[in-house]
Design a protein around this ligand. Structure first.
Ligand code: HAM
Length: 424
Protein backbone atom coordinates (compact mmCIF):
# COMPACT_ATOMS: atom_id res chain seq x y z
CA UNK A 1 0.00 0.00 0.00
CA UNK A 2 1.30 3.40 -0.87
CA UNK A 3 -0.35 5.83 1.48
CA UNK A 4 1.18 8.71 3.31
CA UNK A 5 -0.55 11.14 5.60
CA UNK A 6 -0.81 14.87 5.18
CA UNK A 7 -1.79 17.57 7.63
CA UNK A 8 -5.62 17.93 7.61
CA UNK A 9 -7.20 20.39 5.16
CA UNK A 10 -6.96 23.94 6.42
CA UNK A 11 -4.12 23.20 8.85
CA UNK A 12 -0.37 23.72 8.52
CA UNK A 13 2.85 22.35 9.89
CA UNK A 14 5.19 25.13 10.93
CA UNK A 15 8.81 24.10 10.65
CA UNK A 16 12.12 25.99 10.53
CA UNK A 17 12.92 28.58 9.33
CA UNK A 18 9.28 29.79 9.55
CA UNK A 19 8.98 28.52 13.12
CA UNK A 20 11.71 30.94 14.23
CA UNK A 21 9.39 33.78 13.22
CA UNK A 22 6.69 32.25 15.40
CA UNK A 23 9.08 32.07 18.33
CA UNK A 24 9.95 35.72 17.79
CA UNK A 25 6.32 36.75 17.63
CA UNK A 26 5.37 34.91 20.79
CA UNK A 27 8.45 36.17 22.67
CA UNK A 28 7.73 39.76 21.62
CA UNK A 29 4.11 39.46 22.72
CA UNK A 30 5.02 37.77 26.03
CA UNK A 31 7.47 40.57 26.84
CA UNK A 32 4.95 43.32 26.02
CA UNK A 33 2.14 41.59 27.90
CA UNK A 34 4.43 41.37 30.93
CA UNK A 35 5.24 45.08 30.69
CA UNK A 36 1.51 45.83 30.65
CA UNK A 37 0.88 43.66 33.71
CA UNK A 38 -0.70 40.62 32.07
CA UNK A 39 0.09 37.10 33.28
CA UNK A 40 -0.05 33.91 31.20
CA UNK A 41 -3.26 31.83 31.33
CA UNK A 42 -3.41 28.27 30.03
CA UNK A 43 -6.85 26.71 29.74
CA UNK A 44 -7.95 23.43 28.11
CA UNK A 45 -8.20 23.23 24.35
CA UNK A 46 -11.77 21.95 24.68
CA UNK A 47 -14.64 22.93 26.95
CA UNK A 48 -18.19 21.85 27.57
CA UNK A 49 -20.05 23.03 24.53
CA UNK A 50 -22.19 25.37 26.66
CA UNK A 51 -19.18 27.56 27.42
CA UNK A 52 -19.03 28.53 23.76
CA UNK A 53 -22.73 28.35 22.94
CA UNK A 54 -23.59 30.65 25.81
CA UNK A 55 -20.43 32.71 25.42
CA UNK A 56 -20.18 33.50 21.74
CA UNK A 57 -23.92 32.95 21.10
CA UNK A 58 -25.78 29.90 19.89
CA UNK A 59 -26.84 31.68 16.71
CA UNK A 60 -23.42 33.05 15.79
CA UNK A 61 -21.88 31.74 12.56
CA UNK A 62 -19.02 30.21 14.48
CA UNK A 63 -21.32 28.25 16.82
CA UNK A 64 -23.76 27.09 14.15
CA UNK A 65 -21.43 26.32 11.26
CA UNK A 66 -17.84 26.22 12.36
CA UNK A 67 -17.40 24.63 15.76
CA UNK A 68 -15.66 21.26 16.09
CA UNK A 69 -18.06 19.42 18.38
CA UNK A 70 -17.47 15.91 19.67
CA UNK A 71 -18.72 13.37 22.13
CA UNK A 72 -16.11 11.85 24.45
CA UNK A 73 -16.21 8.24 25.62
CA UNK A 74 -18.19 9.30 28.66
CA UNK A 75 -20.89 10.80 26.42
CA UNK A 76 -20.09 14.39 27.32
CA UNK A 77 -20.41 16.94 24.54
CA UNK A 78 -17.36 19.11 24.12
CA UNK A 79 -16.16 21.60 21.54
CA UNK A 80 -12.65 22.49 20.47
CA UNK A 81 -12.01 26.09 21.31
CA UNK A 82 -13.00 28.33 18.38
CA UNK A 83 -11.61 31.41 20.18
CA UNK A 84 -9.89 32.31 23.45
CA UNK A 85 -12.19 34.61 25.39
CA UNK A 86 -14.97 32.32 26.64
CA UNK A 87 -12.47 29.88 28.19
CA UNK A 88 -10.59 32.59 30.05
CA UNK A 89 -13.83 34.01 31.44
CA UNK A 90 -14.93 30.49 32.46
CA UNK A 91 -11.60 30.09 34.29
CA UNK A 92 -12.01 33.54 35.87
CA UNK A 93 -15.40 32.51 37.27
CA UNK A 94 -14.05 29.17 38.48
CA UNK A 95 -10.93 30.51 40.25
CA UNK A 96 -11.99 34.02 41.25
CA UNK A 97 -8.60 35.73 40.96
CA UNK A 98 -8.29 39.27 42.30
CA UNK A 99 -9.53 41.90 39.88
CA UNK A 100 -8.74 43.33 37.50
CA UNK A 101 -7.60 39.96 36.28
CA UNK A 102 -5.28 40.52 33.34
CA UNK A 103 -4.34 37.43 31.35
CA UNK A 104 -2.52 36.83 28.08
CA UNK A 105 -2.53 33.68 26.01
CA UNK A 106 -1.23 32.00 22.92
CA UNK A 107 -3.50 29.30 21.58
CA UNK A 108 -4.64 27.39 18.56
CA UNK A 109 -8.29 28.02 17.63
CA UNK A 110 -10.46 25.71 15.55
CA UNK A 111 -13.11 26.79 13.07
CA UNK A 112 -14.53 24.75 10.24
CA UNK A 113 -14.08 27.47 7.62
CA UNK A 114 -13.56 27.32 3.88
CA UNK A 115 -9.77 27.30 3.81
CA UNK A 116 -7.99 30.00 1.80
CA UNK A 117 -4.96 32.24 2.24
CA UNK A 118 -5.19 33.71 5.74
CA UNK A 119 -8.22 31.60 6.72
CA UNK A 120 -7.61 28.21 8.26
CA UNK A 121 -9.37 25.49 10.21
CA UNK A 122 -6.69 25.67 12.87
CA UNK A 123 -5.27 29.11 13.33
CA UNK A 124 -3.31 30.56 16.25
CA UNK A 125 -4.05 33.57 18.35
CA UNK A 126 -2.10 35.79 20.67
CA UNK A 127 -4.49 37.62 22.93
CA UNK A 128 -5.26 39.27 26.23
CA UNK A 129 -8.31 39.57 28.47
CA UNK A 130 -8.74 42.10 31.27
CA UNK A 131 -11.67 41.19 33.50
CA UNK A 132 -13.30 42.97 36.42
CA UNK A 133 -13.26 46.64 35.50
CA UNK A 134 -15.39 48.94 33.37
CA UNK A 135 -12.86 51.75 33.45
CA UNK A 136 -12.34 53.10 29.90
CA UNK A 137 -8.64 53.38 30.80
CA UNK A 138 -8.35 49.60 30.55
CA UNK A 139 -9.91 49.70 27.07
CA UNK A 140 -7.20 52.15 26.12
CA UNK A 141 -4.52 49.97 27.68
CA UNK A 142 -5.67 46.83 25.85
CA UNK A 143 -5.88 48.60 22.49
CA UNK A 144 -2.52 50.31 23.07
CA UNK A 145 -0.91 46.96 23.81
CA UNK A 146 -2.11 45.58 20.47
CA UNK A 147 -0.94 48.74 18.71
CA UNK A 148 2.54 48.63 20.28
CA UNK A 149 2.77 44.96 19.40
CA UNK A 150 2.13 45.64 15.73
CA UNK A 151 4.71 48.42 15.83
CA UNK A 152 7.25 46.08 17.41
CA UNK A 153 6.65 43.64 14.54
CA UNK A 154 7.60 46.40 12.14
CA UNK A 155 4.07 46.78 10.71
CA UNK A 156 3.42 50.31 9.49
CA UNK A 157 0.23 50.02 7.47
CA UNK A 158 -2.26 49.10 10.17
CA UNK A 159 -5.54 50.90 10.69
CA UNK A 160 -7.57 50.79 13.89
CA UNK A 161 -11.35 50.72 13.38
CA UNK A 162 -13.47 51.33 16.45
CA UNK A 163 -17.11 51.39 17.43
CA UNK A 164 -19.32 51.08 20.48
CA UNK A 165 -22.18 48.58 20.65
CA UNK A 166 -23.55 50.12 23.83
CA UNK A 167 -24.96 47.97 26.62
CA UNK A 168 -28.02 45.70 26.31
CA UNK A 169 -30.54 48.50 26.33
CA UNK A 170 -28.85 50.72 23.75
CA UNK A 171 -28.27 47.72 21.54
CA UNK A 172 -31.87 46.54 21.99
CA UNK A 173 -33.20 49.89 20.83
CA UNK A 174 -30.85 49.86 17.87
CA UNK A 175 -31.71 46.29 16.88
CA UNK A 176 -35.43 47.16 16.83
CA UNK A 177 -34.89 50.03 14.44
CA UNK A 178 -32.46 47.96 12.38
CA UNK A 179 -35.03 45.17 12.09
CA UNK A 180 -37.56 47.62 10.70
CA UNK A 181 -35.02 48.79 8.14
CA UNK A 182 -34.04 45.24 7.13
CA UNK A 183 -37.65 44.22 6.85
CA UNK A 184 -38.29 47.08 4.47
CA UNK A 185 -35.32 46.12 2.30
CA UNK A 186 -35.24 42.38 2.89
CA UNK A 187 -35.56 41.49 -0.76
CA UNK A 188 -32.32 43.34 -1.48
CA UNK A 189 -30.34 41.27 1.05
CA UNK A 190 -28.01 38.42 0.06
CA UNK A 191 -29.62 34.94 -0.15
CA UNK A 192 -28.32 33.87 3.23
CA UNK A 193 -29.48 36.98 5.08
CA UNK A 194 -32.90 37.00 3.45
CA UNK A 195 -33.40 33.87 5.53
CA UNK A 196 -31.54 34.76 8.71
CA UNK A 197 -31.85 38.53 9.22
CA UNK A 198 -34.72 38.12 11.64
CA UNK A 199 -32.87 35.81 14.08
CA UNK A 200 -29.70 37.80 14.02
CA UNK A 201 -30.03 41.22 12.39
CA UNK A 202 -26.60 42.38 13.60
CA UNK A 203 -24.89 39.73 11.46
CA UNK A 204 -26.13 41.54 8.36
CA UNK A 205 -23.81 44.42 9.30
CA UNK A 206 -20.92 41.98 9.13
CA UNK A 207 -21.85 40.64 5.68
CA UNK A 208 -19.21 41.27 3.03
CA UNK A 209 -21.64 40.89 0.09
CA UNK A 210 -22.39 43.97 -1.96
CA UNK A 211 -26.18 43.57 -1.68
CA UNK A 212 -26.14 43.59 2.14
CA UNK A 213 -23.55 46.38 2.27
CA UNK A 214 -25.88 48.59 0.22
CA UNK A 215 -28.85 47.94 2.48
CA UNK A 216 -26.78 48.51 5.62
CA UNK A 217 -25.25 51.72 4.28
CA UNK A 218 -28.67 53.34 4.16
CA UNK A 219 -29.67 52.02 7.56
CA UNK A 220 -29.51 53.25 11.17
CA UNK A 221 -26.11 53.54 12.90
CA UNK A 222 -25.28 52.10 16.30
CA UNK A 223 -23.51 55.12 17.81
CA UNK A 224 -26.71 57.17 17.36
CA UNK A 225 -28.47 54.86 19.82
CA UNK A 226 -26.01 54.97 22.72
CA UNK A 227 -27.30 56.10 26.12
CA UNK A 228 -25.33 58.96 27.69
CA UNK A 229 -23.30 56.59 29.90
CA UNK A 230 -22.20 54.42 26.99
CA UNK A 231 -21.57 57.50 24.83
CA UNK A 232 -19.36 58.98 27.58
CA UNK A 233 -17.50 55.71 28.01
CA UNK A 234 -16.83 55.57 24.28
CA UNK A 235 -15.73 59.22 24.18
CA UNK A 236 -13.25 58.54 27.03
CA UNK A 237 -11.79 55.56 25.18
CA UNK A 238 -11.30 57.57 22.01
CA UNK A 239 -9.81 60.48 23.93
CA UNK A 240 -7.42 58.14 25.76
CA UNK A 241 -6.24 56.68 22.47
CA UNK A 242 -5.77 60.15 20.99
CA UNK A 243 -3.70 61.21 24.02
CA UNK A 244 -1.38 58.27 23.28
CA UNK A 245 -1.13 59.27 19.64
CA UNK A 246 -3.05 56.19 18.48
CA UNK A 247 -5.27 57.11 15.59
CA UNK A 248 -8.65 55.39 15.52
CA UNK A 249 -11.30 55.54 12.80
CA UNK A 250 -14.95 55.32 13.78
CA UNK A 251 -16.65 52.46 11.93
CA UNK A 252 -20.30 52.66 12.99
CA UNK A 253 -21.04 49.33 11.29
CA UNK A 254 -18.37 47.34 13.10
CA UNK A 255 -20.24 44.74 15.18
CA UNK A 256 -17.91 41.68 15.05
CA UNK A 257 -19.00 38.07 14.99
CA UNK A 258 -19.76 37.08 18.58
CA UNK A 259 -22.81 37.86 20.70
CA UNK A 260 -20.85 38.68 23.84
CA UNK A 261 -19.67 42.10 22.69
CA UNK A 262 -20.88 45.24 24.44
CA UNK A 263 -19.63 48.83 24.27
CA UNK A 264 -16.12 49.18 22.78
CA UNK A 265 -15.43 46.99 19.74
CA UNK A 266 -12.39 47.31 17.51
CA UNK A 267 -10.51 45.70 14.68
CA UNK A 268 -7.02 46.15 13.30
CA UNK A 269 -6.82 46.04 9.55
CA UNK A 270 -3.59 45.47 7.63
CA UNK A 271 -3.83 47.57 4.52
CA UNK A 272 -1.20 45.51 2.74
CA UNK A 273 -3.49 42.45 2.78
CA UNK A 274 -6.51 41.62 0.60
CA UNK A 275 -9.98 42.50 1.85
CA UNK A 276 -11.20 39.11 2.99
CA UNK A 277 -8.30 38.37 5.32
CA UNK A 278 -7.04 41.79 6.32
CA UNK A 279 -8.19 41.69 9.97
CA UNK A 280 -4.99 40.98 11.86
CA UNK A 281 -6.66 41.45 15.23
CA UNK A 282 -9.91 42.32 16.85
CA UNK A 283 -11.66 42.49 20.14
CA UNK A 284 -13.87 44.43 22.44
CA UNK A 285 -15.79 44.60 25.69
CA UNK A 286 -17.99 41.79 26.92
CA UNK A 287 -19.60 43.19 30.06
CA UNK A 288 -22.34 40.53 30.22
CA UNK A 289 -20.21 37.46 29.53
CA UNK A 290 -19.34 36.56 33.11
CA UNK A 291 -23.03 36.47 34.08
CA UNK A 292 -23.86 34.65 30.87
CA UNK A 293 -21.49 31.88 31.97
CA UNK A 294 -22.93 31.74 35.48
CA UNK A 295 -20.55 34.14 37.26
CA UNK A 296 -21.00 37.43 39.08
CA UNK A 297 -21.23 40.62 37.04
CA UNK A 298 -17.74 41.52 35.82
CA UNK A 299 -16.97 43.74 32.87
CA UNK A 300 -14.13 42.71 30.63
CA UNK A 301 -12.26 43.57 27.46
CA UNK A 302 -9.67 41.86 25.31
CA UNK A 303 -8.43 41.15 21.83
CA UNK A 304 -7.05 38.30 19.77
CA UNK A 305 -4.62 38.52 16.91
CA UNK A 306 -3.98 35.79 14.35
CA UNK A 307 -0.33 34.75 14.16
CA UNK A 308 -0.63 33.52 10.56
CA UNK A 309 -2.17 36.80 9.43
CA UNK A 310 0.44 38.85 11.26
CA UNK A 311 3.13 36.98 9.37
CA UNK A 312 1.28 37.45 6.08
CA UNK A 313 0.99 41.17 6.80
CA UNK A 314 4.71 41.41 7.54
CA UNK A 315 5.47 39.64 4.30
CA UNK A 316 3.10 41.90 2.36
CA UNK A 317 4.82 44.96 3.82
CA UNK A 318 8.19 43.49 2.88
CA UNK A 319 9.44 43.30 6.46
CA UNK A 320 12.34 40.91 6.78
CA UNK A 321 13.75 41.98 10.12
CA UNK A 322 14.15 39.06 12.54
CA UNK A 323 12.38 39.22 15.83
CA UNK A 324 14.92 37.12 17.63
CA UNK A 325 18.59 37.26 16.81
CA UNK A 326 20.08 33.95 17.64
CA UNK A 327 22.84 32.05 15.92
CA UNK A 328 24.60 28.82 16.61
CA UNK A 329 28.02 29.55 18.13
CA UNK A 330 29.92 26.35 17.49
CA UNK A 331 29.86 23.22 15.36
CA UNK A 332 31.92 20.32 16.65
CA UNK A 333 33.48 18.23 13.88
CA UNK A 334 34.54 14.88 15.24
CA UNK A 335 36.56 12.36 13.28
CA UNK A 336 38.08 10.64 16.32
CA UNK A 337 35.00 8.55 17.08
CA UNK A 338 35.82 8.84 20.79
CA UNK A 339 33.76 10.14 23.70
CA UNK A 340 35.84 13.28 23.83
CA UNK A 341 33.49 15.08 21.37
CA UNK A 342 30.45 14.22 23.50
CA UNK A 343 32.19 15.58 26.58
CA UNK A 344 33.38 18.77 24.88
CA UNK A 345 29.92 19.50 23.44
CA UNK A 346 28.35 19.03 26.87
CA UNK A 347 30.94 21.24 28.55
CA UNK A 348 30.40 24.05 26.03
CA UNK A 349 26.62 23.90 26.30
CA UNK A 350 26.95 24.10 30.08
CA UNK A 351 28.98 27.25 29.55
CA UNK A 352 26.00 28.72 27.69
CA UNK A 353 27.15 28.26 24.09
CA UNK A 354 24.79 27.02 21.37
CA UNK A 355 26.56 23.98 20.00
CA UNK A 356 25.66 21.42 17.36
CA UNK A 357 27.52 18.41 16.05
CA UNK A 358 27.00 15.69 13.49
CA UNK A 359 26.19 12.04 13.99
CA UNK A 360 26.69 8.74 12.17
CA UNK A 361 30.51 9.07 11.81
CA UNK A 362 30.32 11.15 8.66
CA UNK A 363 33.43 12.05 6.69
CA UNK A 364 35.37 15.22 7.50
CA UNK A 365 34.18 16.80 4.24
CA UNK A 366 30.55 16.05 4.92
CA UNK A 367 30.80 17.36 8.49
CA UNK A 368 32.44 20.58 7.27
CA UNK A 369 29.53 21.08 4.88
CA UNK A 370 27.08 20.73 7.75
CA UNK A 371 29.19 23.11 9.83
CA UNK A 372 29.01 25.72 7.08
CA UNK A 373 25.28 25.33 6.75
CA UNK A 374 24.69 25.54 10.49
CA UNK A 375 25.51 29.24 10.58
CA UNK A 376 28.02 28.65 13.41
CA UNK A 377 30.84 31.15 13.77
CA UNK A 378 33.49 28.56 14.53
CA UNK A 379 34.07 24.87 13.99
CA UNK A 380 35.90 22.84 16.59
CA UNK A 381 37.82 19.98 15.03
CA UNK A 382 38.53 16.85 17.02
CA UNK A 383 40.47 14.28 15.02
CA UNK A 384 42.53 11.32 16.27
CA UNK A 385 45.59 13.57 16.67
CA UNK A 386 43.78 16.22 18.66
CA UNK A 387 42.21 13.54 20.84
CA UNK A 388 45.59 12.00 21.50
CA UNK A 389 47.32 15.28 22.39
CA UNK A 390 44.37 16.71 24.33
CA UNK A 391 44.05 19.62 21.93
CA UNK A 392 41.35 21.10 19.71
CA UNK A 393 41.56 22.90 16.37
CA UNK A 394 39.42 26.02 16.08
CA UNK A 395 38.48 26.91 12.53
CA UNK A 396 36.86 30.16 11.46
CA UNK A 397 33.72 29.49 9.40
CA UNK A 398 32.95 33.06 8.53
CA UNK A 399 36.32 34.30 7.24
CA UNK A 400 37.04 34.56 3.53
CA UNK A 401 39.53 31.74 3.42
CA UNK A 402 38.86 29.70 6.49
CA UNK A 403 41.43 27.07 5.56
CA UNK A 404 44.10 29.45 6.70
CA UNK A 405 42.50 30.60 9.90
CA UNK A 406 43.15 27.67 12.17
CA UNK A 407 44.26 27.71 15.73
CA UNK A 408 45.36 24.72 17.76
CA UNK A 409 44.59 25.10 21.46
CA UNK A 410 44.99 22.93 24.51
CA UNK A 411 41.69 21.53 25.82
CA UNK A 412 42.14 23.38 29.09
CA UNK A 413 42.48 26.72 27.27
CA UNK A 414 39.44 26.16 25.05
CA UNK A 415 36.82 28.11 27.00
CA UNK A 416 39.21 31.02 27.59
CA UNK A 417 40.08 31.20 23.89
CA UNK A 418 36.43 30.96 22.81
CA UNK A 419 35.43 33.76 25.17
CA UNK A 420 37.91 36.01 23.43
CA UNK A 421 37.07 34.95 19.93
CA UNK A 422 33.27 34.95 20.29
CA UNK A 423 33.23 37.85 22.75
CA UNK A 424 30.83 35.93 24.94
P1 HAM B 1 -11.81 37.06 16.07
O1 HAM B 1 -11.91 38.37 15.37
O2 HAM B 1 -12.76 36.00 15.68
O3 HAM B 1 -11.92 37.39 17.60
O4 HAM B 1 -10.36 36.48 15.90
C1 HAM B 1 -9.22 37.23 16.25
C2 HAM B 1 -8.21 37.20 15.12
O5 HAM B 1 -7.87 35.84 14.82
C3 HAM B 1 -8.70 37.75 13.79
O6 HAM B 1 -8.55 39.15 13.76
C4 HAM B 1 -7.74 37.07 12.82
O7 HAM B 1 -6.50 37.76 12.81
C5 HAM B 1 -7.54 35.71 13.44
N1 HAM B 1 -8.42 34.69 12.85
C6 HAM B 1 -9.71 34.46 13.13
N2 HAM B 1 -10.19 33.42 12.40
C7 HAM B 1 -9.15 32.99 11.63
C8 HAM B 1 -8.99 31.94 10.68
N3 HAM B 1 -9.98 31.12 10.37
N4 HAM B 1 -7.78 31.79 10.10
C9 HAM B 1 -6.75 32.61 10.41
N5 HAM B 1 -6.84 33.60 11.31
C10 HAM B 1 -8.03 33.80 11.92
C11 HAM B 1 -11.83 36.47 18.60
O8 HAM B 1 -11.54 35.33 18.44
C12 HAM B 1 -12.08 37.07 19.96
N6 HAM B 1 -11.89 36.01 20.97
C13 HAM B 1 -11.15 38.23 20.23
C14 HAM B 1 -11.40 38.84 21.57
C15 HAM B 1 -10.66 38.68 22.67
N7 HAM B 1 -12.42 39.60 21.89
C16 HAM B 1 -12.35 39.92 23.17
N8 HAM B 1 -11.27 39.35 23.67
Amino acid sequence: MNSSFQAPIGTHDVLAPQSALWEGLVATFAQLAFQYGFTLALTPMFEEIGVFNRGIGENSDVATKEMYVFQDRGDRTYALRPEGTASVVRAFIQHQPTTPYKAWYVTPAFRYERPQAGRYRQHHQLGVEAIGTDDPAIDVEVIALAWRFYQALGLRRVRLLINSMGHDECRGRYVNVLKGHLEEWREQLCDEHQKTWIQNPLRVLDCKRESCINVVNDGPLLPDFLCSECANHFASVRKGLAVLGIESTLDPRLVRGFDYYTRTTFEFVAEALGNAQNAIGGGGRYDGLSEQLGGKPAGGIGFGSGIERLLLAREAEGITQNLINRTIDLFVVDTSGLDVATVVVDELRNQGYAVVRSFDARSMKSQMKLADRSGAALALLIGPQEAESDQITIRDLRGEDFERDQQLVAREDLIFTLRQRLKK
